[in-house]
Design a protein around this ligand. Structure first.
Ligand SMILES: *Cc1c(COP(=O)(O)O)cnc(C)c1O
Length: 391
């Protein structure tokens, strides 16, 4: 037996957590210029689709991610959907993505006309496992010219979408080597990874494009919002065009050269975003402090293991943003008991997302062996992770 004792673990956690109940999983914090910038929008009348905060927000995101361009959109799902359209995804193309993810990753593939092809996770950091993906591609894929095809379905495999689970960076060098070898485009689902770093560089700069989310439960929020980042000026320009009804620039004429979208982020939300991004560094510090406190508190307790990012020998620095702190317990029964007891104590912990191939709409998707994802899903519990929880 593992010796896991859910009451003992919860007792230990309660020694470090504040006493207010219920304690939510992740709450938004507004500790900077939010009121000022939002009021500025209201005072000036620039609340909607034009205004200087949008540009500022986009520039801040480009700087934070070390990329050349940011394009703000209404949410993270749309950022990923647009990224996939921008790489030229064709209807019926397959896109490799982890089964252990929030459904937005997989929905974005569907919205862009693609077919999700689900792959397994790396047991340490929970993200897409490049070694398992390599083995899977050897089995199911073949190169025809420079393109990659699924031998079983006959469809093109166009792209791979790693997702940095809870902000823990995926081994992007390994993903990029594999993508190069197989002729796949890399689009990063960096929705949870603002401020995370891999080998000294920020998440979001490792694919052709990346998508970020500013939903209310993320580390920084615009209420609802997303950003596409890329180094490619043509893709950035097209991203802006496609998300703003594909209107040709003109002083007064309305001419649209393709079927565009209205996916622009309102200035009001971008104002909130600018204020939030100004506080990113302090917030990351708080997140890392909280993760250390959890690690210390749980060390030595039987049957409970903190999820940590893969160690980064190259940069020798903190790599995760610790968006959500999570633990692994011995099995599904232990998880369910732990969650039930936690909720009874007003600690609103959550399990992992239901795996994508367990969602009826995605049950028929092509997929790799998913035994690691299935094991993780059964054993994972997310802990309260609001940044200032222990400050
Ligand atoms: C939050 C999130 C998204 C995007 O979410 P939106 O709510 O549309 O902003 C996408 N992928 C993952 C993994 C997420 O956690």
């Amino acid at each position: 037996m593992s010796g896991f004792d859910s009451s003992a673990v919860l007792d230990a956690l309660e020694t470090m957590l504040p006493s207010d109940r219920p304690l939510q999983l992740h709450e938004p914090l507004f500790e900077g210029n939010e009121w000022k910038y939002v009021k500025d929008c209201l005072d000036s009348g620039w609340v909607s689709y034009a205004g200087s905060y949008v540009t500022r927000f986009e520039e801040m995101m480009a700087e934070i991610t070390g990329t050349k361009h940011g394009v703000a959109v209404v949410n993270g799902t749309v950022a990923l959907h647009m990224a996939l359209e921008l790489i030229g995804l064709k209807r019926g193309d397959e896109v490799l993505a982890p089964a252990l993810t929030f459904i937005a990753t997989i929905n974005a593939i569907s919205h862009a006309g693609g077919i999700p092809h689900l792959v397994d996770s790396e047991p340490g950091s929970l993200g897409l496992d490049p070694a398992a993906l390599a083995r899977h591609l050897e089995q199911v894929a073949e190169k025809r010219g420079s393109a990659c095809f699924n031998k079983n379905t006959g469809r093109r495999i166009a792209a791979v979408m790693p997702m940095h689970v809870f902000g823990h960076p995926v081994d992007m060098d390994a993903v990029n080597i594999l993508a190069e070898e197989w002729g796949l485009v890399v689009v990063e689902d960096a929705a949870e990874a603002i401020g995370s770093r891999y080998k000294g560089r920020p998440a979001g700069g490792f694919g052709r494009l990346a998508g970020f989310s500013f939903n209310g439960n993320k580390i920084t929020t615009t209420g609802g919002g997303g950003v596409i980042v890329t180094d490619d000026p043509d893709l950035a320009k097209r991203a802006k065009h496609l998300t703003t009804t594909a209107k040709k620039p003109h002083a007064w004429a309305f001419e649209h050269d393709e079927i565009g979208y209205n996916f622009r982020l309102p200035n009001l939300n971008a104002a909130l975003g600018c204020a939030q991004l100004e506080q990113l560094e302090q917030r990351l510090e708080k997140k890392r402090r909280l993760a250390r406190r959890y690690t210390e508190t749980l060390s030595g307790l039987a049957g409970v293991e903190m999820v940590r990012p893969l160690t980064d020998a190259v940069s020798n620095e903190e790599v995760g943003n610790y968006w959500l702190n999570a633990v692994l317990v011995p099995d599904r029964a232990a998880r369910d008991q732990f969650l039930t007891e936690a909720h009874a104590r007003g600690l609103m912990m959550r399990p992992a997302w239901g795996l994508m191939h367990h969602q009826p709409v995605y049950a028929e998707c092509p997929r790799a062996d998913l035994k690691v994802a299935e094991d993780l899903e059964a054993r994972l519990v997310c802990l309260p992770s609001t940044p200032n929880l222990v400050d």
